[in-house]
Design a protein around this ligand. Structure first.
Ligand SMILES: Cc1cc2nc3c(=O)[nH]c(=O)nc-3n(C[C@H](O)[C@H](O)[C@H](O)COP(=O)(O)OP(=O)(O)OC[C@H]3O[C@@H](n4cnc5c(N)ncnc54)[C@H](O)[C@@H]3O)c2cc1C
Length: 465
């Protein structure tokens, strides 16, 4: 490694204070390593500042507005419903802010850990620069995350638009929010702002929403949003925008023809890209793939010896829990001599619409593609007692099992408490036990989880598998 006289040398340099970098920096420092952590903007990264925590806080506010409107269904009178967006935003800022502050405080008070603020760029495999300062590290850990992609839309340069980041500054109810995109981020914002009182239109390029899910899930999501009077346009193949006074004129072409929408605000939610384009990787032997993700092996090592990549920037996960698990894998392997691997991880996530969608393992489509013989069990939420008691019966429970081994291949729960209930399936999958572990278990009455054994008791062959 090249060492210069002006460089400050560290055992480990962590780039980015997202979901993996801070716990790794602290664990390495506590183990006696001399650590530097560099953050260019907000401690806690996307999750804390512009992703999970603020959006889930806002969704909680939106649910209160929704339930207040439904209060009469429960025999409760509320009077008129007024959403004070300044207070809504203040609550979000408070929740996200305290999380951000605690990440920063933890890092700054950890002995052996030096925090640098600024944009880090590689100048060599083991050397970075921040505002003219050169740091060199025996080991470097890249945790730079990602940001919203900006799609090509005719006229976009001439109109103001929002992303998940700038949405965080909104302290009013947009009159008509047009959202480009139909995946997780798009639908969460759509339901949230509809419930705050905006008119909302979704423009989705494909023939269905949340295209990574099975078709029954896409259909249920569509019905859910349409029932809340969200205008969902599918199969959009061209969008053109131009300024129209203080509004935005949006022209949309679908296979049904052209139409025009007057939007007060335009939100782009078409996907994410890694923050690796401005990281100086061209000065290193660290390889990126064609989408800009840092290429890593199963233990998160990059193509440069002594350099690892964690979190969204490695393309091996796109969630807070996957980023955090990347930290756990690296810490276990480096500090405790274990040999944990990314491929041991089971895909799992939730979409925090109301009701939420929770997924673990394979979809039906994955199983058919893998040519596996499988069994499927389903139960509508209308047959879940707890859902009736709560007056929230949308959705369904679906489980998928290997026909020979009886091991669980996957599950998809759309319904109240789905984001919690899914974990009883997840843990059995990690334990590699057959589904009968669940059918023999006794669950608490009356809960959503209480019905999960019943879903596994009523399996039938999965068509086409
Ligand atoms: C709207 C939205 C909602 C979401 N909701 C959920 C959810 O409910 N559940 C869930 O699991 N996931 C959710 N996600 C995804 C989740 O936020 C990310 O997967 C997670 O934050 C990724 O963490 P990370 O550690 O990879 O990086 P990030 O959290 O993105 O952090 C990267 C950090 O690196 C810093 N950085 C970047 N480049 C440099 C540089 N050159 N020098 C110094 N610092 C740099 C950035 O400023 C940032 O602080 C959501 C995402 C969005 C956009």
């Amino acid at each position: 490694m090249e060492v210069t006289a002006t460089a400050t040398h560290f055992d480990a340099i962590v780039l980015g204070a997202g979901q993996a970098g801070p716990p790794l920096a602290v664990e390495l420092a506590n183990a006696g390593h001399k650590v530097a952590l560099v953050e260019r903007k907000d401690f806690g990264g996307t999750c804390v500042n512009t992703g999970c925590i603020p959006t889930k806080t806002l969704l909680a506010n939106a649910r209160v507005a929704h339930m207040a409107r439904r209060a009469g269904d429960y025999g409760v009178s509320t009077g008129s419903i007024v959403v004070d967006m300044k207070k809504v935003k203040a609550r979000k800022d408070e929740v996200a802010g305290s999380s951000r502050d605690s990440v920063e405080k933890m890092l700054r008070t950890t002995p052996n850990c030096t925090v640098y603020t600024g944009h880090a760029r590689f100048v060599a495999d083991h050397a970075i620069e921040i505002d003219g300062q050169r740091l060199e590290g025996e080991r470097i850990f890249i945790n730079v995350g990602g940001r919203a992609t900006i799609p090509r839309i005719d006229g976009l340069e001439s109109v103001p638009y929002l992303t998940n980041s700038s949405m965080m500054d909104i302290d009013f109810v947009p009159e008509h929010l047009v959202i480009v995109g139909g995946s997780y981020v798009a639908i969460e914002f759509a339901q949230m702002y509809r419930r705050f009182g905006s008119r909302v239109t979704i423009l989705q390029r494909g023939p269905r929403l949340v295209t990574r899910e099975d078709e029954d899930v896409s259909k249920a999501m569509l019905d859910l949003l349409v029932d809340e009077q969200i205008d969902v346009r599918l199969d959009v193949d061209n969008i053109a925008v131009r300024s129209a006074g203080s509004d935005i004129h949006v022209e949309v072409a679908t296979r049904d023809g052209k139409s025009a929408i007057t939007a007060s605000h335009l939100l782009l939610a078409t996907g994410r890209m890694p923050n690796t384009d401005d990281l100086g990787l061209e000065n290193t032997s660290i390889q990126r793939d064609e989408h800009g993700y840092v290429v890593v092996d199963d233990s998160l090592k990059t193509s440069a010896t002594g350099v690892w990549a964690l979190g969204d920037c490695n393309g091996r996960g796109a969630f807070t829990h996957t980023s955090y698990n990347d930290y756990e894998i690296i810490a276990a392997n480096l500090l405790r001599g274990e040999s944990r691997r990314v491929s041991d991880r089971i895909v799992t996530y939730a979409v925090f619409t109301d009701p939420p969608l929770a997924r673990v393992g394979m979809t039906e489509a994955d199983i058919r593609k893998a040519n596996r013989r499988a069994l499927v069990g389903t139960r509508p939420m209308t047959r879940v007692g707890r859902a009736h008691e709560r007056g929230e019966t949308r959705g369904f429970l679906k489980v998928l099992v290997d026909a020979e081994t009886k091991l669980i291949l996957g599950a998809c729960f759309l319904g109240i408490e789905a984001d919690e209930a899914i974990h009883c399936v997840t843990d059995v999958m990690y334990a590699q036990k057959p589904y009968t572990t669940i059918t023999h278990a006794v669950h608490i009455h009356p809960t959503v989880s209480e019905l999960i054994p019943t879903v596994f008791e009523n399996l039938k062959p999965l068509e086409g598998a």
